[in-house]
Write a protein that binds this ligand. Sequence first.
Ligand SMILES: Cc1cc2nc3c(=O)[nH]c(=O)nc-3n(C[C@H](O)[C@H](O)[C@H](O)COP(=O)(O)OP(=O)(O)OC[C@H]3O[C@@H](n4cnc5c(N)ncnc54)[C@H](O)[C@@H]3O)c2cc1C
Length: 511
Amino acid sequence: MNKVMKKTVSNVCALKIPRKFFCSETVKVAGSTDFVPSNEHEKRPIISEVIPEYDIAIVGGGMVGMSLACFLASMPMTKQLSVAIIDSNPALGSGISIQREDPPDPRVSTVTPASISFLQDAGAWKYVEQNRHAYFKKMQVWDYTGFGYARYDAGDVNKDFLGCVAENKVLHSALLSCVKDSDFKTTFYPLRLTSMTLNTNSMSTVKESIPSKELPSAQGHTSKLQLSDGSSIYAKLVVGADGGKSRVRELAGFKTTGWNYSQNAIICTVEHTSANHCAWQRFLPSGPIALLPMGDNFSNIVWTMSPTESNDRKSITEEMFLKDVNSALDDGHGPHPMSSSLGTRDLFSWLKMDATLSANEFFEIPPKAIRMASKRMVFPLSLRHANSYASKRVVLIGDAAHTIHPLAGQGVNLGFGDAFSLSRVIAEGIALGSDIGEVNLLKKYETDRKPANVAMMALLDGFQKAYAVDFGPFNFLRAAAFNGANLISPLKRRIISYASGENKLPIFFGA
Ligand SMILES: Cc1cc2nc3c(=O)[nH]c(=O)nc-3n(C[C@H](O)[C@H](O)[C@H](O)COP(=O)(O)OP(=O)(O)OC[C@H]3O[C@@H](n4cnc5c(N)ncnc54)[C@H](O)[C@@H]3O)c2cc1C
């Protein structure tokens, strides 16, 4: 039994409560063994009659659930809260350690400057920077028709970078380390939520939050969560951060609107002869292909196509797959765009006086992939949105509230935005002495986030549909849109601000 295990067990014993779960008050020790491994829990259950109580139960310790824990840990008003995190993902139990030289993962996220700033303030970003990641300053987007392209440069908006690509395991481990290295009181349950009874009575919280073991019993004012090993916990607020197939959403009766796209995304990591510093995206008849810099000589491919094509491309040889990728990012399906194609550039020549840095940059061919550096993975794509994010004692964040098309790499960024907003609303509730499970309080979070999430979903869905059509006049309009976005500086700056997460609503909603 290691030092941390001993400490954990002694913490449990000190409470003199025989518990059927492992309480890991966060310890100031970094490393992979701070948390009790999940199988340890399964092997040695101690049946308890006392059901533990928490201020908040976060169901789902993915990137978004863990970011909420980080944001709560970083504020004086919320760092006293007692929080349970429920997730059977072994990475949470064992605290899998990440090494910079580990082989790259196929799952990555493009993190916007706005999200980076949230994560920096919470103290999580420094852990991302200890591992492989890639800030990118330039982006090129173009079209298979050869009519249009747009280049973006961080300098257009006086910024140092447009975004940063990091492997999901790096982001997740950074958030986990941030929580572990804080003195925030979290208890990890390496289990799944199976059912839930929401209690809708109210109770005000004291202004200065006190650890919940000192609070008078609040079971009449909390919800009961049943876990996959048959044990239960109580919580004043249940946060559903359990992804697109959210059990919390289902159990709480939140309705959703959405549809499945008849498209899959095939993702993988490839290697180049030298480092790639630009994010590339080309729109093909079957969907977009993106080549995202990952650091070292690696890039990530996110390629949307029909389910039949994705199944075929998953099983072809590496050599054939690489050939397809290089062709899709070069002149497969159509020619390279020319700067003056169809005269669309000239159409906007009257605006050249106010040109951005990147407006006169020429089209470039992306670097060639020379080797596969990960396995290929396939994801079916869908759009799903919860009609409501909050009701009494329960709230949804991240993919549990909204699942979007990955073409703009915004999904987890919207989730970080949700978690940040919810953490502020909870802090405000505590400051006012409100019950943190009170619906009026939680609706403030919904009001803050819903317009931004809906706008992003609508925009990406529109894009997806625009590219599902291959018809002459449409192609011209798309080309004009690309060239307009490339040459009209105010439009371009606002596109960059929106994609960076600085503007919550897209260009047509005003500044
Ligand atoms: C191909 C692809 C590329 C993408 N690229 C980007 C990108 O570049 N940038 C970007 O911002 N977004 C991107 N996304 C979207 C992004 O990956 C998601 O938005 C993000 O992972 C959602 O995080 P989450 O924590 O909300 O949900 P999830 O990552 O789904 O995590 C949910 C967690 O809940 C747990 N869970 C589930 N059910 C239960 C239960 N009953 N009890 C307890 N725990 C449970 C799971 O184990 C999991 O750990 C991409 C998505 C895809 C498919």
